[in-house]
Design a binder for this molecule. Structure first.
Ligand SMILES: Cc1cc2nc3c(=O)[nH]c(=O)nc-3n(C[C@H](O)[C@H](O)[C@H](O)COP(=O)(O)OP(=O)(O)OC[C@H]3O[C@@H](n4cnc5c(N)ncnc54)[C@H](O)[C@@H]3O)c2cc1C
Length: 376
C-alpha cells in the first residue's frame, strides 16, 4: 500500500504516523519546510485519544499536567458570567504547537520539502505532481493541505471560504506567569482567552470584529490598545509576550460543508475537508481524528474503495454539526451592540453550566471506528 500525503500540518503528520504504523509505504510532501509553528493549541479528550492511537499521547501529556484552575467566561472587569465544571477540562492539555509538531514529526516518516502542484486520480490509483515536474503514483493520496487546499479546489466541488467577521491575535508569554483562572473574557465585539501551558508559560488569544484583511500599523500596539485595560492578568500577559511573535489571522470557514471528502483514490482530511472557526477549539482535534479514522479503516476494510466510502460518511457526519456550532458560538461571543451584549450576558449567566459541559463532553467522547467485519 503506497500512500502519498500532501501537507505536514497536524493532520498530515498524524496521518503519516498512523499509516506508517499500519505498514503502509508513506511519502509526505510539505511546501513550506519547517519553521516556527506559532502559538498554543487546546487538545481535548478526543484529540488526545487519537494521539494515543498513534502512540504519542503519553509524550503530549508529558508536556505538562492539565491546568488545575477555575475556568469559564468573564466580563472585561473580571466578573464571572459562568464557571465551567471541572469535568469538561479534566483531560485538557494546552500545548505549544511547536512541541506538538515535533512529537508528531518524530512519529512520522521523513517529510520531503516539495510543493505539490497537481493531484490526479482514477479509480485505481492517484498521483501527485511536484513543482519539479516529477510525478509519483500511489494507491491513496491524502489531501492534508489546509484551509486553502488546492486539492479541494481542483478535484472537488469546492464551496470556498468565507470571513467570519472577526480577526484573531495569538501569543505565548516568554516565561511563566501566575494566572488565577483560565477561559475567555467577553466584551463588546472583543474577546480575550487565557490558556496556561504545562510549563507555566501562558498561551493567549484576542479576537475583535474587523473588516477582512484590516491593516494595522503594529499588531502588538493594536492588541494593547484594545485589551490592556481588561482584568488582571491580561495586561501582564501582553507585556510579557515578545511582540515579534504575535500572530494574526482573519477567521474563515467553509461556506458550506463539502458534499464529499473523497474522490476515487483521494481523501481530504483536516482543514482541507472541513475548515471551521476556532470557537470550539476543535479544528486540530478533528484533524487528528480524521487521520486515525482513515488509517484504521484502510487497514481493516476489504478494499480502499470501501474504506473511503465509510470514512466519508463517518467524518462528514461528525464534522458538519461542529462547524455549524462553532460558527454560531462565534456569533454569540462577538455580540457588539449594547442590547445584544446585555442579552447574551444574561443568557450565559442563566444557562446551567452543566448543559454546556455535557455537550462538550459528548464531543470529547469520540472513539475511533471499530474494525469493519469484512477483512482484506
Ligand atoms: C486562531 C486559531 C486558533 C485555533 N485554536 C485551535 C485549538 O485550540 N484547538 C484545535 O484543535 N484547533 C485550533 N485551531 C484550528 C487548527 O489550527 C486547524 O484546524 C489545524 O491546524 C488544521 O491542521 P491541518 O493539518 O488540516 O492544516 P494546516 O495546519 O493548515 O496544514 C496544512 C499544510 O499543508 C501545506 N501545504 C499546503 N498546500 C501544499 C502544497 N500544494 N504542497 C505541499 N504542501 C502544502 C501547508 O504548508 C501546511 O503546512 C485554531 C485555528 C485558529 C486560526
Amino acid at each position: 500500500m503506497r500512500v502519498g500525503i500532501v501537507g505536514a500540518g497536524i493532520g498530515g503528520l498524524a496521518a503519516a504516523a498512523a499509516f506508517a504504523q499500519g505498514g503502509a509505504d508513506v511519502a509526505v510532501y510539505e511546501r513550506a519546510g519547517f519553521g516556527p509553528t506559532g502559538a498554543g493549541i487546546s487538545l481535548f479528550g478526543n484529540g488526545l485519544r487519537a494521539l494515543d492511537h498513534i502512540g504519542v499521547g503519553h509524550a503530549v501529556r508529558a508536556l505538562g499536567p492539565p491546568p488545575d484552575l477555575t475556568a469559564g467566561i468573564r466580563t472585561p472587569g473580571g466578573g464571572w458570567l459562568t464557571r465551567t465544571p471541572p469535568s469538561t477540562t479534566a483531560d485538557l492539555r494546552v500545548v505549544h504547537r511547536g512541541d506538538l509538531h515535533a512529537i508528531l514529526a518524530a512519529a512520522a516518516p521523513v517529510v520531503q520539502t516539495a510543493a505539490v502542484t497537481e493531484v490526479r486520480t482514477t479509480e485505481q490509483r492517484a498521483s501527485v505532481v511536484l513543482e519539479s515536474g516529477q510525478r509519483h503514483d500511489f494507491d491513496l493520496v491524502i489531501g492534508a493541505d489546509g484551509i486553502g487546499s488546492r486539492i479541494r479546489s481542483t478535484l472537488f466541488d469546492d464551496p470556498g471560504v468565507r470571513y467570519a467577521g472577526y480577526t484573531a491575535w495569538r501569543g505565548v508569554t516568554t516565561g511563566p506567569v501566575d494566572v488565577p483562572a483560565a477561559g475567555e473574557t467577553w466584551g463588546r465585539g472583543e474577546r480575550f482567552g487565557i490558556a496556561p501551558l504545562g510549563d507555566g508559560r501562558v498561551y493567549w488569544f484576542a479576537v475583535a470584529g474587523a473588516p477582512p484583511g484590516w491593516p494595522v500599523p503594529d499588531e502588538s500596539t493594536e492588541v494593547e490598545r484594545r485589551f490592556a485595560t481588561w482584568h488582571t492578568p491580561i495586561p501582564e500577559l501582553l507585556s510579557t509576550t515578545d511582540p515579534k511573535t504575535i500572530l494574526r489571522n482573519d477567521i474563515l470557514d467553509l461556506t458550506r460543508p463539502l458534499a464529499t471528502f473523497v474522490r476515487d483514490r483521494v481523501a481530504l482530511i483536516g482543514d482541507a475537508a472541513h475548515a471551521m472557526t476556532p470557537n470550539l477549539g476543535q479544528g486540530g482535534n478533528l484533524a487528528l481524528e480524521d487521520a486515525v479514522t482513515l488509517a484504521r479503516l484502510v487497514r481493516d476494510a476489504a478494499s480502499v474503495r470501501v474504506a473511503l466510502a465509510r470514512y466519508d460518511a463517518l467524518r462528514r457526519a461528525r464534522t458538519a454539526p461542529l462547524a455549524r456550532r462553532s460558527r454560531q458560538l462565534g456569533r454569540i461571543a462577538q455580540a457588539h451592540g449594547l442590547v445584544g451584549v446585555a442579552f447574551r450576558n444574561t443568557l450565559v449567566r442563566l444557562t446551567p453550566a452543566g448543559s454546556a459541559a455535557r455537550a462538550a463532553e459528548r464531543v470529547q467522547a469520540w472513539q475511533p471506528p471499530e474494525p469493519l467485519s469484512v477483512r482484506r
